[in-house]
Design a protein around this ligand. Structure first.
Ligand code: BGC
Length: 448
């Protein structure tokens, strides 16, 4: 038996996102988002599911906060639905939307839990998408305007801000792979979107500084680890490209003020250019206070001519998988954190998402025996502990997710919560992983 012990001063929490949990899609003046549209487009979301009701957290947030309090977390990461604040993306502020987040944040703080607020977790107002969405630079200004309203309104209540959740997903997954809203399949378009998201991030950070808002601001890219199958240079290079799609592409402009040249060259071979205007890279290259990291999975891969975008294929070495089919790869978590720390310095890092999909249902004893999730959690916390012991500047960890929720293109089929949600009755049932995490949070150590 070995003891895995964590430093006492880390922040511990759970994470969710507005469209995935709130429901109340047509209440209190909320405008439509691209996910309302996408989920109503036949064939895009499993079972035709949508976020109209979701977990109904818009009405049940007190119950959710009670669960968080009982769990013993210090921090809760949630996102704001932009279409609740600006139903049309810009123009008149919707006071009822602001009021909801005031009620919610007040209740959270009252429960002794610190809010960490993501401004953009994918629910772009549909009205902006109708004008080109993130391909149109006017959306950048609309985002900065929305951010400014939020900063001013919640200064003193919210100290932790995240501009963008997983810009890779809102750009390449949504506009090249086409799996998420708005569902396009155009690499140049996706590249434009990725760049504009980064410019919007930089401008929002500039605005935050200019207004002198108290607190800290960062962003939350998702990363994967791609381990080369062999030490052949072509395998190493293929994996480097596959990883850089998540890491260097979204980190270098922010931390170094440039895009990685080997990726620019690769994209150019595909006929794609980054639409950089004068001054963009300086804007993106704003110092940030922390880096959010979302990590779920990784794999081993190697070179294969004409395979995918990067001449890279995955080699399944027989890893166990979660119910969504993703490899369980805790070593990748450690490796990617070390890699980021070695290449981007000692920036404070919060793990803003890490978690697993297991679709366990309550059993006759009333319990949800999600031992797969519990093991995943234990394995990834051990990897996190290794990273801390190796000098990575980890400041906190937020598991995805507090609740089972609307899992985007997978609808309600895939469950990531440590609390089970019955989508018919909306009843919440804490799972075994919840109780394990709760016990861990009391002690900050566990045995392996
Ligand atoms: C997203 C979450 C999502 C989770 C599991 C992340 O990509 O930020 O919204 O539910 O992964 O797929």
């Amino acid at each position: 038996m070995a003891i895995i012990q964590f430093p006492k001063d880390l922040k511990w929490g759970t994470a969710t996102a507005s469209y995935q949990i709130e429901g109340a899609a047509h209440e209190d003046g909320r405008g439509l988002s691209i996910w309302d549209t996408f989920s109503r487009t036949p064939g895009k979301v499993y079972n035709g599911d949508n976020g109209d009701i979701a977990c109904d957290s818009y009405h049940r947030y007190e119950e959710d906060i009670a669960l968080m309090k009982d769990l013993g977390i210090t921090t809760y990461r949630f996102s704001v639905a932009w279409p609740r604040i600006f139903p049309n993306g810009t123009g008149e502020v919707n006071q009822a939307g602001l009021d909801f987040y005031h009620r919610f944040v007040d209740a959270l703080v009252e429960a002794g839990i610190e809010p960490m607020c993501t401004l953009y977790h994918w629910d772009l107002p549909q009205a902006l998408q109708d004008k080109g969405g993130w391909d149109n630079r006017e959306t950048i200004d609309a985002f900065v305007n929305y951010s400014e309203v939020m900063f001013k309104e919640f200064e003193g209540k919210i100290d932790n801000w995240i501009t963008f959740n997983e810009p890779w997903c809102s750009s390449f997954l949504s506009n090249f792979i086409g799996a998420h809203a708005p569902g396009h399949t155009d690499l140049q378009l996706a590249t434009n979107v990725a760049h504009h998201l980064l410019v919007a991030h930089g401008k929002a950070v500039q605005k935050f500084r200019e207004l002198g808002i108290k607190g800290q601001i960062g962003y939350a890219p998702n990363v994967e680890w791609n381990e080369p199958y062999s030490n052949k240079q072509e395998d190493i290079d293929a994996c480097k490209r596959a990883s850089a799609f998540f890491i260097e592409w979204f980190f270098d402009p922010v931390f170094k003020g440039s895009y990685p040249q080997f990726m620019i060259d690769w994209f150019e071979k595909k006929g794609v250019k980054v639409p950089v205007l004068d001054g963009d890279l300086e804007i993106i290259n704003q110092p940030i206070d922390f880096l959010g990291i979302n990590y779920y999975t990784g794999s081993v891969g190697r070179y294969k001519e004409n395979e995918g975008l990067f001449d890279h294929e995955r080699v399944d070495r027989g890893y166990e998988k979660t119910d969504i089919g993703w490899n369980i790869y805790p070593d990748g978590f450690y490796n990617v954190l070390k890699y980021i720390s070695d290449n981007y310095g000692q920036i404070p890092i919060y793990i803003t998402e890490n978690g697993s999909c297991y679709n366990d249902e309550p059993q006759q004893d009333g319990k949800v025996h999600d031992y797969g999730r519990l093991n995943y959690l234990r394995q990834h916390l051990t990897a996190l502990n290794r990273a801390i012991e190796s000098g990575v500047n980890i400041k906190g960890y937020m598991t995805w997710s507090l609740l089972d929720n609307f899992e985007w293109a997978e609808g309600y089929k895939m469950r990531f919560g440590i609390v089970h949600v019955n989508y018919r009755t909306l009843e919440r049932t804490p799972k075994e992983s919840y109780y394990w995490y709760k016990k861990f949070l009391e002690n900050k150590w566990f045995e392996v």
